[in-house]
Structures are given as structure tokens and as C-alpha cells.
Design a protein around this ligand. Structure first.
Ligand code: ARG
Length: 273
């Protein structure tokens, strides 16, 4: 049995699309507030049997604060609070910093000019003691050295090349026992090679274009349970054969802002091997 993890989430009271900072966002196609609220509540209800949901306060001036994966990167009780690339999201930084401090996390010193979007771009491997960092669209590649220095853990840096997959957690997802979902076309050729050289073929799960577009890689893995917006039958069956249970929790209103299940939560107790 895996230990229960705490997931940080933020109610979508002020969630909307008011600016466009990724290709999914269109201010003319705003999410429906009631539907978004219902989907978010349903996600909480789906996750609650497996994890402890911890809430932070929404903020009027920060519609994307609902994407708590971007609050920061938590590793072993310490946190690097995000330094967002876009001014539109920089207003979230003090809210998250306050939340982490109040919750008793030690804040890691971080070089001021190094952009870093937290667990959106930095993921903990579950097969080996190492981190994966995505850069190219949001986080600065120099975040790799800063993370290695802060946590004394190897960091492998991957280059993102498709603006639709602007955060690593939109196209790459470490699961239990080192299994990893990923969408190859989101990465540079060198990064695809790096992934294939470091993760054995038996542990790699390549996701199709249509699953990637439905944010299948933006999944929350909690032991054998894998929560995602939507899965094709093929992906469900591949994961099923490996011992995983896929649970769909549609978050289509949040896809309008370019985020799904994983973006809507931050694992505060991500298992470290
Ligand atoms: N609209 C948000 C942005 O572009 C979505 C963030 C999604 N979060 C994530 N972890 N991928 O920043």
C-alpha cells in the first residue's frame, strides 16, 4: 500500500481566461464558471479516497492560481517557490510563498533571475533518485544547476519544442515503479534520445497525438491509480496490463486555460526513491 499523499488544490472561484499565455487560451472562449466548479468538485471527490486534499485561498487578481502545480517545487519538505515567466502569473508568487511558509515548508534560496515554474516543469522520477526539468518555453535551463545544488539530486534537462506542451507536466509523467508516460513529439530530438537512453523500453509508455491533446500526460499518479482528464481505450488497456487503474475525471473547462488534472494539484509528499 502506498502512503497517503497530501495534494494542494485551489478552488476555482475566480478561474477564467483573461489573457493568453499558451496556445490553448483564447479570451473569446472563456470557461463556463458553473461547469468548471462542478468538474473541480468532482476531481476533489475522485481524489479524496486516495489522497488528502489541502486547500489554498484563491485570489481575485490571479485566475490561473487554480493550477497549483505551478506553486513551486516541493522536495523532501523544502520548496522552491515559482518565478513565473509571464507577468500575468507573477502575482501568484507571494500568495504561494505565504502559503508554504504558513504550512511550515522551508523556502529554498533561489537565484532571482532564473525563471522556474515549479512542479509544472520539474518532476520527480519514481524509478530512480533523479529529477526531470523541462525548459524551452517557461523555465530557464539554469534551473537545473540550481535544483542540483539545492537538493543534491541529479537533474536531467529536457527541451520542449511544441508551444502546446509548454510545461513538462503536459507531456511527461513519472508513475510508480519508474513507468513513465510521455509524448515524444513535444521534445527535441536530443531530448527524445535522452529519455529513451535513461528510461528502459519496458518502462516507457508513449502517448498518441490524440491522447496528448486530451492531456493524458497531465496525470496524477498515486500508486496504482492514475487520474487523468480522458484516456483512449488503447492507453487504458496499456496501463491496465502494467497494473495501473485509470480514473477519468473530465476537466475540459480547465483545458481552455491549458491545464488539466495534474496542473490542478501539487503533491506535497511526492514519493522519493
Ligand atoms: N494558463 C496556465 C499557464 O499557461 C496553465 C498552467 C497549467 N499548469 C501546468 N502545470 N501545466 O500558465
Amino acid at each position: 500500500m502506498t502512503q497517503r499523499n497530501r495534494l494542494l488544490m485551489c478552488p476555482p472561484h475566480h478561474f477564467t481566461v483573461r489573457y493568453e499565455i499558451n496556445p490553448w487560451m483564447n479570451v473569446q472562449r472563456k470557461p463556463d464558471a458553473v461547469a468548471a466548479h462542478d468538474q473541480w468538485q468532482q476531481l476533489v471527490a475522485n481524489l479524496e479516497p486516495i489522497a488528502d486534499i489541502v486547500l489554498c485561498e484563491p485570489a481575485l487578481d490571479a485566475p490561473d492560481i487554480v493550477f497549483t502545480a505551478n506553486a513551486g517545487f516541493v522536495f523532501d519538505g523544502r520548496v522552491v517557490v515559482s518565478r513565473f515567466r509571464h507577468p500575468e502569473r507573477q502575482t501568484e508568487e507571494p500568495h504561494f510563498a505565504d502559503w508554504f511558509e504558513d504550512a511550515g515548508f522551508a523556502l529554498v534560496d533561489w537565484p532571482e533571475d532564473v525563471r522556474f515554474e515549479g512542479a509544472g516543469d520539474c518532476l520527480v522520477d519514481r524509478g530512480e533518485r533523479r529529477l526531470w526539468l523541462g525548459h524551452g518555453l517557461r523555465s530557464d535551463p539554469r534551473a537545473g544547476a540550481a535544483l542540483e545544488a539545492a537538493f543534491d539530486v541529479p537533474v536531467h534537462t529536457l527541451t520542449l519544442v511544441d508551444p502546446r506542451y509548454y510545461h513538462l507536466d503536459t507531456c511527461f509523467c513519472p508513475l510508480a515503479d519508474g513507468y513513465t508516460l510521455f509524448y515524444p513529439a513535444a521534445f527535441s530530438a536530443e531530448s527524445q534520445m535522452l529519455i529513451r537512453s535513461l528510461i528502459p523500453a519496458s518502462k516507457r509508455i508513449e502517448v498518441s497525438d490524440s491522447d496528448a491533446q486530451a492531456f493524458a500526460c497531465n496525470a496524477v499518479g498515486l500508486g496504482e491509480h492514475v487520474f487523468m482528464n480522458r484516456s483512449s481505450k488503447a492507453l487504458r488497456s496499456t496501463l491496465g496490463k502494467l497494473g495501473f487503474k485509470v480514473l477519468e475525471s473530465p476537466v475540459t473547462e480547465f483545458l481552455r486555460a491549458g491545464g488539466a488534472v495534474k496542473c490542478l494539484s501539487l503533491n506535497l509528499d511526492d514519493p522519493i526513491v
